[in-house]
Write a protein that binds this ligand. Structure first.
Ligand code: B16
Ligand code: MG
Length: 216
């Protein structure tokens, strides 16, 4: 039996599905730049930072931009994205996510958010989940992107829990690797073929229970 004392959650793809809003905003930007951007290509951006996402999109369109132009483009995309997420409702939480985070807390486990998104607070406020996390580490608080473990190690440190006693919930392969690199257990949300290395892979937090954590 392990000694899990804290659960650290990625946001996009684990608690909510904001990928569709990211996609709409990036597609609008690509179209304005004169090329298309498909939903399949959007998969490349999961868990990736805003700046890196823009670089991937510019690469797909075969376009080169200066750093100043890149900043302007990323801001333009983010303004459209923020416009959409500020209209999010509590019923957009993924099935079982709110209940599982609450059951972790009821069982005496600490909870933290570990997300690459600089818009994490806006999303948590809109879905009414700010108070379900003891610690919130978002894209404004880290300098290194996943698979670097910084986001999760900072979460564990702020919680005061040893990384070996933490479990991370992640939908992106870079996030699964970040958890492993940080010496933590990891539950993948998605496909076992993609999320290689996870201790367990489920389709969503609705399949999780505190009891299942003991078998990791
Ligand atoms: P923002 P996560 C990530 O969130 C998203 O998966 C990724 O698609 C996005 O580019 C990134 O946040 C940055 O988001 O532009 O809002 O700062 O999966 O780490 O919760
Ligand atoms: Mg994610």
């Amino acid at each position: 039996m392990n000694n899990i004392q804290a659960c650290l959650f990625d946001l996009d793809g684990v608690i909510v599905d904001t990928a569709i809003y990211h996609y709409k905003a990036w597609k609008r930007l690509a179209n304005e730049l004169g090329f298309d951007f498909t939903e399949e290509q959007n998969e490349l951006l999961k868990g990736v930072s805003r700046v890196r996402s823009l670089e991937i999109i510019l690469g797909l369109g075969g376009i080169t931009k200066t750093d100043a132009e890149k900043e302007e483009l990323a801001t333009r995309k983010n303004d459209w994205y923020v416009d959409m997420i500020t209209r999010m409702k509590p019923n957009e939480v993924l099935p079982g996510a709110r209940e599982f985070v609450q059951s972790c807390r009821d069982a005496g486990l600490k909870t933290a958010l570990g997300s690459a998104s600089k818009n994490s607070m806006t999303i948590l406020e809109k879905i009414g989940m700010v108070n379900l996390f003891d610690v919130i580490i978002d894209g404004n608080k880290v300098t290194k992107a996943k698979p670097d473990p910084e986001v999760f190690l900072n979460g564990a440190k702020e919680l005061g829990i040893d990384p070996a006693n933490c479990v991370v919930f992640e939908d992106a392969i870079a996030g699964v690797e970040a958890a492993i690199n940080g010496g933590m257990k990891v539950v993948g949300i998605g496909s076992p073929q993609v999320l290689v290395g996870a201790n367990l892979v489920v389709k969503g937090l609705g399949e999780m229970s505190v009891e299942r954590l003991q078998a990791l």
